[in-house]
Design a protein around this ligand. Structure first.
Ligand SMILES: Nc1ncnc2c1ncn2[C@@H]1O[C@H](COP(=O)(O)OP(=O)(O)OP(=O)(O)O)[C@@H](O)[C@H]1O
Length: 221
């Protein structure tokens, strides 16, 4: 499997910080096939890392691995300078392709479910989060009636109601209209400004300053 990685830009010059996510010599296999090998990166607090590469290159796999959903064959992942009692996954929000909503629950009930499932924490109040993603008026609507973009926005609200330093976002702009994308970029910028970290798989620029990790994947025949 053809994979290369390069160190991200010298972020320590931008924001001196001992707090960082460090991946070293990671090897990932999915379904018995190697996806990437010897992948190393370093992401400082306050920075975003865009995972770029063609379909199948391993962007989602790296996010899932960081979220603790896929076990690396070898290599290490460490969130340095944060709570040593917690795993990387416990300090991360993972937003995958699925929005993970319960259709029969209302918008507010879904978010309340996530607050409890994620263990509470010093996030913003539920109503504030709904307001920030533009869903306050739909708080009592069952999630099954939400449009694709509204579902995505509700999923994004999870990032706000429970604070976790590391956001792992898989194609976060999917289904979002231009205004909602702009709002997402504001939320990401706010999270970074507060010392958070963002790793995002994306096929389009995130409109915030990002470092870049290129995954080459297999050549398409
Ligand atoms: N559960 C799985 N079982 C077997 N193979 C898998 C599994 N999940 C992913 N793969 C394979 O791992 C490789 C990397 O997939 P991944 O979803 O990480 O790529 P990606 O870079 O996110 O692609 P895309 O841009 O299409 O979203 C692909 O070849 C894919 O077929």
């Amino acid at each position: 499997m053809l994979v290369f990685s390069r160190p991200v830009s010298p972020v320590s010059l931008v924001m001196p910080s001992q707090q960082r996510l460090v991946g070293e010599r990671l090897i990932c296999e999915r379904g018995g096939r190697e996806v990437f090998r010897d992948l190393s990166f370093s992401l400082a607090a306050g920075r975003a890392l865009a995972l770029v590469g063609p379909n199948g290159a391993g962007k989602s796999s790296l996010l899932r691995l960081t979220a603790g959903l896929v076990r690396p064959v070898s290599g290490t992942l460490e969130l340095k300078g944060f709570d040593p009692e917690l795993t990387v996954a416990e300090q991360a929000h993972y937003l995958g392709h699925l929005d993970a909503l319960k259709p029969a629950l209302t918008v507010a009930e879904n978010l309340d479910f996530w607050i409890r499932a994620l263990g509470g924490g010093p996030g913003v109040a539920l109503g504030v989060a709904l307001d920030q993603v533009g869903l306050a008026r739909l708080a009592e609507l069952p999630a099954q009636y939400l449009s694709a973009g509204q579902r995505r926005r509700l999923a994004l609200a999870r990032l706000l109601v429970v604070h976790r330093p590391l956001w792992l976002l898989d194609e976060p702009t999917t289904a979002l209209d231009v205004a909602a994308q702009a709002r997402l970029f504001e939320l990401i910028a706010g999270h970074l400004a507060a010392g958070g970290l963002v790793m995002a798989a994306t096929h389009q620029p995130l409109a915030v300053t990002t470092d870049e990790l290129k995954l080459a994947g297999e050549a398409v025949q």
